[in-house]
Design a protein around this ligand. Sequence first.
Ligand code: SAM
Length: 213
Amino acid sequence: MRVRNKPQALAMLEKYPQYVIQNPEDYRGKWQTLFEKEQPLHIEVGSGKGRFINEMAKAHPEINYIGIEMNKNVLVNALDKLVESEVPNLKLLLVDGRNLNEYFADGEVHQLYLNFSDPWPKTRHEKRRLTYRSFLETYEQILQPNGEIHFKTDNRGLFEYSLASFSQYGMIIKQVWLDLHASDFAGNIMTEYEEKFSSRGQVIYRVEAYFPE
Ligand code: SAM
């Protein structure tokens, strides 16, 4: 989806350095020092407008969260939500999820969320998919042993591709949902895309997978 350019976006993001961390490489291995409490760290890659990560932070004060998004024009929406909610256990980063090992030390992250990642359906764009092998290599590095990836999408092609990619990489598929909203899964927090697609009657797929020790 095309996102409107917002000329003031960068200035807005820089105005709140307590929420949008400006020099993330400086916190590699030290993210806990930025939060009020030292507790498990969960990150979302491709947070978009930030509803999921903001609601998760409210629902789980026992976890520290970082929302990662490379598009400044949507990250400002996530910032708006954070300014309003003032949750102490959420920070935001304007970076490319491709380079996460520049920002997180080995094993620093406990869990990673991918929600409605861009499908990049053309084969020549495979390397841009957030579940492509090179991304998995980085996730494995920054996640603690047995660290999990929780992935939701409405896109059947990307879902099948991701299951194959996880499995070929040697990850363990813990659980799969072929229709999340019709299941008994408790505590689902809808993302902006999830609400849009499910309101059109589209099925939501979900998988939990982890890198074994
Ligand atoms: N997760 C949100 C939701 O479900 O509403 C947004 C979904 S949107 C389709 C995908 C988002 O991932 C976009 O905002 C895009 O900028 C972001 N994204 C794509 N590739 C990324 C990358 N390599 N690093 C960080 N963000 C990325």
